[in-house]
Design a binder for this molecule. Structure first.
Ligand code: C2E
Ligand code: MG
Ligand code: MG
Ligand code: MG
Length: 281
């Protein structure tokens, strides 16, 4: 893995990165510069309560407006950030900006609580002071811990298991919520759900995509929702694009959803309106 060879960028090959080495090096230095100059942005995608259809919060998603390449997708720069270690300052910035923004909106809405979800890379778990960093950001922004949700993929549970378990326990002790992102696509054993202090399962978009079309995907989604329920965990479905998927998920008793059906990830100004208007989407 990237880390085992000293975190140099050659080890961080990502299939989506078709650029040559020089281009890769250029992107890396561009990303470093963009981060230093504060050019990265966050877009926000609402999380919707499937019973009330109200926006209960947002997921913060990083965006990189590149001066010559246009908007670069996180799937194309997060792997670079992970391979170079830039993910640590980048991740801290995302966390700070998302919490700051959540407080601004919540205050503007008379203190109405807003749940903000932030993606945390498995590489950030290599930092022994991750929980201290999160605690510092909460203190700096005044964000109540129970309004913050950290999303991680199953890889966090599968690699450096003991060390990451300890990290998760310390994060959980701050009072925040922990979610497993893209649930069902990794290879984690269900036993991990018992061992790790996880609150929420985010059902991967690939299952939702063929809901009601493929019987197997429908059965798997239904099973994940039931699993969540029986373990006392919340379930959030990703990638709802059509009414049929929404109806099926509601029928199954899935609590929350995100997807283009409700809203694409949008810039802060637009997301703020969605929250403040408080209208069901
Ligand atoms: P994710 O955390 O699973 O985020 C969901 C992705 O699905 C987002 O892509 C979102 O735009 C997309 N999506 C949401 N609804 C729909 C839908 O209805 N249909 C379709 N086709 N797609 C939908 P995005 O913003 O390109 O982000 C991709 C991934 O990059 C994220 O997946 C996350 O793993 C990573 N990422 C984004 N921001 C950050 C960040 O700040 N830190 C870290 N570590 N990773 C990030
Ligand atoms: Mg996510
Ligand atoms: Mg996801
Ligand atoms: Mg996903």
């Amino acid at each position: 893995h990237a880390k085992s060879v000293g975190g140099n960028i050659f080890a961080g090959y990502h299939p989506r990165m078709r650029e040559g080495l020089m281009e890769r090096l250029e992107l890396e230095s561009d990303l470093r510069g963009a981060l230093e100059r504060g050019e990265l942005q966050l877009h926000y995608q609402p999380t919707v309560d499937l019973v009330t259809h109200e926006v209960v919060g947002f997921e913060a998603l990083a965006r990189w407006p590149h001066p010559t390449r246009g908007m670069i997708n996180p799937l194309d720069f997060i792997p670079i950030a992970e391979a170079t270690g830039l993910i640590v300052p980048l991740g801290r910035w995302v966390l700070h900006e998302a919490c700051r923004q959540a407080m601004e909106w919540s205050n503007a809405a008379g203190g109405r609580p807003l749940k903000m979800s932030v993606n945390v890379s498995v590489r950030q778990f290599d930092q022994a002071d991750l929980a201290e960093t999160v605690a510092a950001v909460l203190a700096e922004t005044g964000m109540p811990a129970d309004c913050l949700c950290l999303e991680m993929t199953e890889s966090v549970l599968m690699t450096d298991t003991e060390a990451n378990l300890e990290q998760l326990v310390r994060l959980k002790a701050l009072g925040l919520t922990l979610a497993i992102d893209d649930f069902g696509t990794g290879y984690s054993s269900l036993a991990y759900l018992r061992r790790f202090p996880v609150d929420t399962l985010k059902i991967d978009r690939s299952f939702v995509e063929r809901l009601g079309i493929l019987a197997d995907d429908t059965a798997l989604t239904d099973t994940i929702v039931r699993l969540g329920k029986s373990l006392g965990m919340a379930t959030v479905a990703e990638g709802i694009e059509e009414f049929g998927q929404l109806a099926a998920l509601r029928e199954m008793g899935c609590g929350f959803a995100q997807g283009y059906y409700f809203s694409r990830p949008v810039p802060a100004s637009e997301a703020g309106r969605l929250f403040l208007e408080g209208a069901p989407v």
